[in-house]
Design a binder for this molecule. Structure first.
Ligand code: NAD
Length: 331
């Protein structure tokens, strides 16, 4: 079977790591028609738009995309294309697993946590306003989006044999917004008696994760805490080079790493492709290519143990190219 998949190589290190992933996916025997589009600054420079119209046509048709990181200007300029895509296709759930691949990549040897981050509202709606002497932002939490994400988290737990879902919030201070998120979580957990549902205030959550990450199973959080805490989780398993993600909607999914475009690493052959490759294995599972997915995951683990070929962020002496060659050799 040939799969039709939309491809955004992104910018910065994006093209390097997506090319590496395509090579590995094809070497694993998966046949793909890649439908490639430019987005972000590169699309703007060429076509005068950040997300060209034919992107929507392709995503609505093929339903699945693999995406490299896209730069967002800091402080000024356009809104995040990443956020735009999530809103445009109602990709309301951001799944970010953090799993120890091999011992020694971090101080922890047994981390296996999945963050389910609400992906469409909270402070990310971009409603900011300046006033004389300051600026303010609107934090939006709705019942509908909260119900959707909490249902997604518990259903994901059931499907993936997870035992506990912890709600992350700051409802001691944000009584109305985070208070609503927690209230709905506490209501809905009653529908899932086989799963433990508990909660942590976000600051305590960070401390708990650093002290005893092995105690946590799945987390569910509003957009901003989900974003921040999942970077912390990446640090528990070896860094952003091994942190994958998926943006899921009702029937559309875009798979991308947690990390960004790492502009300082561009063109040096040391950007680690594993985070995007693990996102691609989530994509392969999603489209029914489970065998290829598990073959790639096993090859990654063997390659990470070879310090001669692994990238420097994985404690190796190699380059991105040598690690990609090693993964392909081990397939
Ligand atoms: P970043 O994730 O690009 O980099 C943070 C740190 O992690 C840097 O030290 C970088 O060198 C390292 N790193 C990142 N990816 C790596 C990899 N594959 N291998 C090895 N090391 C890696 O975060 P940033 O510097 O804050 O952001 C850069 C740009 O990326 C910004 O414009 C930001 O908006 C954008 N961004 C995009 C996405 C996305 O497209 N989904 C996500 C996050 C950030």
């Amino acid at each position: 079977m040939i799969h039709d998949i939309v491809l955004f190589k992104g910018d910065g290190i994006g093209p390097e790591i997506t090319d590496a992933c395509i090579k590995i996916i094809e070497a694993a025997g998966v046949k793909v028609n890649w439908h490639e589009f430019l987005i972000g600054q590169l699309a703007y420079d060429k076509m005068g738009v950040l997300i060209p119209d034919d992107v929507a046509v392709a995503i609505n048709k093929y339903k699945v995309a693999l995406k490299g990181p896209v730069t967002t200007p800091i402080g000024e300029g356009f809104r995040s294309v990443n956020v735009e895509l999530r809103l445009k296709f109602d990709l309301y759930a951001n799944v970010r697993p953090a799993k120890t691949l091999i011992p020694g990549l971090s101080r922890y040897d047994d981390v296996d946590i999945i963050m389910i981050r609400e992906n469409t509202e909270d402070l990310y709606i971009g409603l900011e306003e300046e006033f004389d002497g300051g600026a303010k932002a609107t934090k939006l939490i709705t019942e509908k989006a909260t119900r959707n994400i909490i249902k997604f988290a518990f259903e994901y737990a059931l499907k993936n044999n997870r035992k506990r879902v912890t709600c992350v919030h700051k409802s001691n201070i944000l009584k109305k917004t985070d208070g609503l998120f927690l209230k709905i979580f506490n209501e809905m957990k009653e529908n899932y008696p086989s799963i433990i549902g508990d909660d942590r205030i976000v600051d305590n959550m960070c401390m708990q994760l650093v002290k005893k990450p092995e105690e946590y199973d799945m987390l569910v959080a509003p957009n901003l805490y989900g974003d921040i805490v999942s970077d912390l989780m990446a640090g528990l398993v070896g860094g952003l080079g091994v942190a994958p993600g998926a943006n899921m909607g009702k029937d559309i999914a875009i798979f991308e790493a947690v990390h960004g475009s790492a502009p300082k690493m561009v063109g040096q052959d040391r950007a680690n492709p594993i985070a995007l490759l693990l996102s691609a294995t989530m994509m392969l599972d999603h489209i029914g290519e489970n065998e290829a997915s598990s073959k790639i995951k096993k090859a990654i683990v063997i390659a990470l143990n070879n310090k001669e070929t692994a990238t420097p962020d994985m404690g190796g002496k190699g380059t991105a190219s040598s690690m990609v060659a090693e993964i392909i050799k081990n397939l």
